[in-house]
Design a protein around this ligand. Sequence first.
Ligand SMILES: Cc1cc2nc3c(=O)[nH]c(=O)nc-3n(C[C@H](O)[C@H](O)[C@H](O)COP(=O)(O)OP(=O)(O)OC[C@H]3O[C@@H](n4cnc5c(N)ncnc54)[C@H](O)[C@@H]3O)c2cc1C
Length: 304
Amino acid sequence: MISRAALLYLSQKTELKDFFSKLPGFDRVTHRFIAGENIDDAIETILELNHAGMTATFDHLGESTTSRAEAESDVREYLRVLGRIEDVGVNSNVSVKLTQLGLDIDEDYCLRNARRIVEAAKRHNNFVRIDMEDSSKTDATLRIFNRLYGEYGNVGIVLQAYLYRTEKDVDDALAMGARVRLCKGAYKEPEEVAFPQKSDVDANYVRLMKKLLKSGIYHGIATHDEKMIAATKEFAAVEGVPRDTFEFQMLYGVRRDLQLKLVRDGYRMRIYVPYGEYWYPYFMRRLAERPANVWFVLKNLFKG
Ligand SMILES: Cc1cc2nc3c(=O)[nH]c(=O)nc-3n(C[C@H](O)[C@H](O)[C@H](O)COP(=O)(O)OP(=O)(O)OC[C@H]3O[C@@H](n4cnc5c(N)ncnc54)[C@H](O)[C@@H]3O)c2cc1C
């Protein structure tokens, strides 16, 4: 079976997108994880999620841009999304990746782009989550986040349990009063910066989850791992942390059964809803998280 490392390697080879797109049946496969190509597709998906008792976060797919025109077009897309959220009345915030807003071009330029989105979200009474990318971007991402949090407040950060540094980053975020989305981490990282063993990542995840839940700040516990979810539920019950003071978060199309069960049990659930044309790296990282998904892909391709 193809390995996680191989799939993560392929996720960086964006030139393969055209090859995969031409395979018959491939759009059926990508639709399992991606809401569609435009805002209307994402709105329709989010309305259904809201109807099922879940909130959402829009993710306009894109990352690692080296073009100012592309970065600015993404800013405009997010401004449109924030307007549509209010007009249609969907219950959703937005998630952005800073390399999509020009972090690889220039940090100040990216800050200005991100500020336009956070400022618009503030006007719309909404919230922006800054996704975390690979470890070469962590410091710059936190610098921009700290700045915008200080200026506007309606912005949260993502921290990854696989990095050794994250405990300190969690402490810093809590000292500021900021909202954190805790995830395990989706990129291929060297052992100099990240725990190579899954058991160590999981143990760190539980440790950090406890710190977050005890803080009294509203955080997102982002995982599909039943062990992490059970540990969170148990800790919240023992410590008397009410169910409406934190939320679970999952990706669109992943463990829909578990999403619905948590809602039925009275937990808050937010779904990360990606849409747009630039789906390739996102999609490949989802396959890497669970190489068995490759069978799902192959089965669908052979259905014709
Ligand atoms: C809302 C949300 C936002 C995220 N934002 C970021 C971010 O900003 N930066 C970042 O680096 N990472 C982000 N991630 C991804 C995260 O870091 C992990 O790579 C991903 O969630 C898989 O880890 P896990 O906690 O689900 O546990 P794992 O141990 O990877 O998986 C546990 C179980 O969950 C199920 N599962 C997990 N992934 C899949 C899948 N793709 N398809 C089917 N089943 C699956 C399987 O049953 C698996 O056995 C985000 C994840 C979520 C849910």
